[in-house]
Design a protein around this ligand. Sequence first.
Ligand SMILES: [Zn+2]
Length: 237
Amino acid sequence: MSLGADLLALQDLDLELERTTKELQELPILSELAKKRATYAKLKSESTKILARRKDAEIAVGDLDDAERSCHEKIAGIQNKQATLTDYRSVQDLEIELSLLAKRLDKIAFDRPAAEKSLEDIKQKEDQLTGYIKRFEQAILSDAKTAREEAEVLQGRIEASRQKRERLASKLPADTLQKYEQTSRRFKGIAVERLEGKIPSVCRTVLQTASMDQLRHASDIAECPYCHRILVLNEGE
Ligand SMILES: [Zn+2]
């Protein structure tokens, strides 16, 4: 291949490398995965909150159980004492105490359904959330696998292009390669243009007769008098 053809091939490889690298960085599944991970983090924090609410609801029901047990114990104690008492005042005191305990038991019985319903509701929500989180974990795992596979394909392509580029670059004279790389940086990757008739393929400025005459004396490549890119005059095999 001519020097000009090599330079054009090098530019094609560089552009392809840039495209593929960008494609790899912007894989749609990666942003999808990032979104899912963010949602997952929210779900986990929701799950921490609901766990705390469930514990509170359990404590509320537990407190009712304790209070009820304590009332029953007291009642049993009083009933034992009653059997041994004979004087009226003491019996009356115990009866007042018994009636207070009965009221307390009524209150506990009244509060219980709401406390139990609340615990039941929270448990149900917790179960739903746990199931949802589990499905999310599965989806994230499967997306991560797909992302890895898609990335591997692109990385393979990048690696192959890189090797080709290395081989091609090592064939070029050092000063030509240096000029290409400088020009490429300056023109964001489009360093080389072809001369098509009198018109360079990138800047599209028709060359004057004087410029054409000068170029006739050049070898395979020259510098475009207008945009200063590398101008390929001869691409011949
Ligand atoms: Zn030009």
